[in-house]
Design a protein around this ligand. Structure first.
Ligand SMILES: Nc1ncnc2c1ncn2[C@@H]1O[C@H](COP(=O)(O)OP(=O)(O)OP(=O)(O)O)[C@@H](O)[C@H]1O
Length: 394
């Protein structure tokens, strides 16, 4: 892969455990056997198997795009590219390991499954800084959701997953029906019926929205978590809870889609649910287009912020005209020293480094990446499961 970052040697990497499996690849926690034999400095390695590239929509281009974005990033709340490798079998790249889990996992660990206002304040502020930096580089992220906000060892956030991002020259909307590196079309779908939703023609398929007046959607599948005996089980429920009205309408869209998603994320952190979720995709999209968000209790600065971010008309949305600056000036952040945010020494949650279980895993089943995929193929074939279960293979 063409980057200036160091080339990694797969032969020297030992898998500590599986961190996650996404639509595109598998993310391993690995360490370098030679330079770090005791695994004191593990890192995350995202591996995409080339043999699967042709079966996944535009995966090769998306993988290379993600690497090219990562190679340009230099920000405390965004991952840095530690290295890349390409073999006949794999494309892979390394980023710092985030031991604190993601905001979805973290929220489910809270009493009542919601964050306190001060925690929301902290995370939203950091996410705004990360988005501000991306936008300043002309990158619209387009995949903000709690699962993509990871927590570093220090307790500060890191946004992950840039395959859906896209570069824009400022204020140039991504036109509908434009083939682009960052957009995942809801494809492979048998079209079922046409619906006129608020006067806009969308073609709704059994698996997703298919292009007509193309509402191309980010695969905002949610990993629905359940916890029992400390076990985590994941399942994918395909919902579009983070998609903005302009994307549903299949209109051109730009940086304001990230501010919309920030409104949804803030709402979810506060109420433990997203504001527009319906019984099905169609109802969710109708709610996105038509329904105002419902707030419980008295209006506060945070509900005002959410309301302004969830403005259906992107040109009236907070952040549309003034970018991150106008969001930072909102009353919810009154008194916040933005310049000192990275210096906060006691973020809400600090990841505990679990040395014991780390050692146990290494002793119990050190593997390399090739062996992992080899074993996976050697397993008797079972019907494909929509449920990725990283914990069961870790
Ligand atoms: N740096 C990291 N540190 C810890 N865990 C990580 C890291 N990067 C990714 N993960 C885990 O791996 C999962 C999948 O990663 P990622 O979202 O980048 O893959 P993907 O294939 O692009 O997924 P998606 O289906 O969301 O597009 C994440 O949800 C997270 O749990």
């Amino acid at each position: 892969m063409e980057t200036t970052s160091p080339e990694l040697d797969l032969e020297k990497l030992t898998v500590v455990r599986i961190l996650g499996r996404g639509a595109m690849g598998t993310v391993f926690m690995v360490h370098d056997r030679e330079t770090d034999p005791s695994a004191r400095y593990p890192f995350a390695l995202k591996v995409v198997e080339k043999s699967t590239l042709h079966t996944k929509f535009d995966a090769d281009r998306r993988a290379r795009w993600e690497v090219s974005v990562l190679s340009r990033l230099s920000h405390p709340y965004l991952p840095s590219l530690l290295g890349t490798l390409e073999t006949d079998q794999f494309l892979a790249w390394a980023v710092p390991y985030c031991p604190g889990g993601d905001l979805n996992v973290l929220r489910h660990r809270q009493a009542d499954r919601v964050f306190s206002p001060s925690v929301i304040h902290f995370y939203v502020a950091e996410i705004i800084c990360a988005l501000e930096y991306l936008h300043s580089m002309g990158i619209v992220y387009r995949d903000l959701k709690p699962e993509n906000v990871l927590v570093q060892q220090s307790g500060h956030v890191t946004l992950t997953d840039f395959d859906l991002s896209r570069t824009l020259t400022h204020r140039t909307a991504i036109p509908r029906n434009t083939p682009d590196s960052g957009e995942l079309e809801a494809t492979n779908c048998r079209m079922k019926h046409r619906r006129n939703l608020t006067g806009l023609t969308l073609v709704v398929s059994d698996k997703g929205l298919k292009k007509a007046k193309s509402a191309r959607v980010s695969p905002v599948s949610r990993r629905k978590l359940s916890f029992s005996n400390g076990e985590r089980s994941n399942s994918f429920v395909g919902t579009e809870e983070y998609v903005s009205p302009e994307v549903v309408r299949g209109e051109g869209h730009e940086f304001a889609v990230d501010w919309w998603a920030l409104g949804i994320l803030t709402y979810e952190m506060m109420y433990g649910k997203t504001p527009f979720r319906g019984k099905n995709r169609k109802e969710t999209f109708r709610n996105v287009l038509m329904k105002p968000p419902e707030f419980i209790g008295k209006p506060t600065a945070v509900t005002d912020l959410i309301g302004r971010l969830l403005e259906k008309d992107p040109t009236r949305r907070l952040g549309y005209n003034g970018g991150a600056t106008e969001i930072k000036e909102h009353a919810f952040f009154g008194g916040l020293r933005w310049d000192l945010l990275t210096d906060v020494l006691r973020p809400p949650f600090l990841a505990l480094r679990d040395e014991e279980s780390l050692t146990e895993l290494i002793k119990g089943g050190a593997r390399d990446v090739e062996e992992y995929f080899h074993n996976l193929k050697a397993q008797p074939s079972v019907p494909p499961s929509p449920l990725p279960t990283p914990s069961s293979i870790a």
